[in-house]
Design a protein around this ligand. Structure first.
Ligand SMILES: Nc1nc2c(ncn2[C@@H]2O[C@H](COP(=O)(O)OP(=O)(O)OP(=O)(O)O)[C@@H](O)[C@H]2O)c(=O)[nH]1
Ligand SMILES: [Mg+2]
Length: 353
């Protein structure tokens, strides 16, 4: 199945029901007053952000979404029924854009809602139009038309940690070991063809979300391999884990493996390149003892905080997770500090006017 992270859909909310036009009819009362009820509002089309969802697959299949019209008002002051809303769950990190590419909504929090199209208001019944000079108006309002149009949805996953590395570095093996994500693992490149998110639980009961993305290759930021479509899924991560294979089958050095990805991240842009990044030397179990010393020497030269692990044996993973968690927390605190400064500045600005 193809991973769907961009969708174009046609939406149409329900029209409002017409207001009722009706006169009270009672025996022996020659002129009953107006008693037409109001029309019901048309159904809305809306999205709700939910962590149960990982892709936009469902919307891709539906292509168009129409909500029900409101019913007309009737005699005896009976109001028309509202049109039923259509509410669709989408993954956290879904952006909604209009025809011109303008972002209308960015759904980042659980339960957050976005109206793709609002239902039209119901019309008022003729009851509302009685005046002292016209006690029996026939006029009642029509319902308003529901909103409609084309909407573009784009998913930019929300995760705390993003895994990057060449194909086969062991990204999927690591995420399956430490989280509830179960991506496919195999000894050939590009096993992973879609990002997947996993929850990592720490001892304190809290934790963080990790994203596995397909392996990147040279030219990924310009569209080579699978990486280009997926780099955007690490745009909103807080920390990157950069995996290299210490026992590369073709003997590619960790420096070369590191540089290749580093160039791609740089090419993609500052948002990704300036993220905190930890270097992970994976597959330590497969390394000959006598090669260990020279490997660590080489890693030191890369001037990065690095960890030696084996995603297969589990060596070094607990330490890595603890430090990773601390880094995620640190970035979260920086974000809060930045938000607070921005808020205070805004307050000051409005105060001086
Ligand atoms: N010996 C050893 N093998 C590992 C380790 N981690 C992963 N592997 C193996 O390396 C191969 C690739 O692992 P994956 O987890 O699929 O690699 P990936 O980085 O997700 O690869 P892509 O999805 O293609 O980008 C598999 O055969 C794994 O069993 C490790 O720590 N030690
Ligand atoms: Mg993989």
């Amino acid at each position: 199945m193809r991973f769907i992270d961009e969708v174009k859909i046609e939406v149409r909310a329900g029209n409002g029901g017409a207001g009722g036009s009706s006169m009270r009819r009672e025996k022996y009362i020659p002129k009953g007053g107006p008693d037409g009820g109001d029309g019901g509002r048309g159904g809305h089309v809306l999205l709700v952000a939910s962590s149960d969802k990982n892709t936009l697959q469902e919307l891709y299949l539906r292509k168009r979404i129409f909500a029900e019209n409101g019913k007309s008002g009737m005699g005896k002051h009976r109001h028309g029924r509202k049109g039923v809303d259509v509410s669709i769950k989408v993954p956290l990190g879904t952006l909604v854009k209009d025809e011109y590419g303008e972002t209308l909504f960015d759904l980042t929090r659980e339960g957050q809602e976005a109206f793709l199209a609002k239902g039209g208001k119901g019309g008022l019944g003729n009851t509302h139009f009685a005046t002292s000079t016209n006690r029996a108006p026939r006029y009642s309002q029509p319902g308003e038309e529901g909103e409609s149009g084309i909407r573009f949805l784009e998913l930019k996953s929300m995760a705390d940690v993003g895994l990057v590395g060449l194909p086969n570095a062991g990204k999927s093996t690591l995420i399956s070991r430490v989280s509830n994500a179960r991506p496919k693992i195999a000894d050939y490149p590009f096993t992973t063809i879609a990002p997947s998110l996993g929850q990592v639980f720490m001892d304190d009961g809290d934790g963080f979300v990790m994203a596995d993305i397909p392996g990147l290759i040279e030219g990924a930021h310009e569209g080579k391999g699978l990486g280009h479509r997926f780099l955007k899924h690490i745009e909103r991560t807080r920390v990157l884990l950069h995996l290299v294979d210490v026992a590369h089958p073709e003997g590619i050095s960790i420096t070369d493996q590191f540089n290749e990805i580093d160039t791609e991240l740089k090419g993609y842009g500052d948002t990704v390149y300036h993220k905190r990044r930890l270097l992970v030397l994976n597959k330590m179990d497969a390394l000959q003892d006598e090669d260990r010393e020279s490997l660590l020497e080489e890693a030191t030269k890369l001037d990065m905080i690095y960890y030696t692990i084996s995603s297969v044996s589990g060596e070094g993973i607990q330490q890595l997770l603890r430090d990773l968690y601390a880094q995620v927390r640190a970035v979260q605190e920086e974000e809060i500090a930045t938000d607070t400064v921005a808020f205070l500045e805004e307050e000051n600005d409005s105060g001086s006017n």
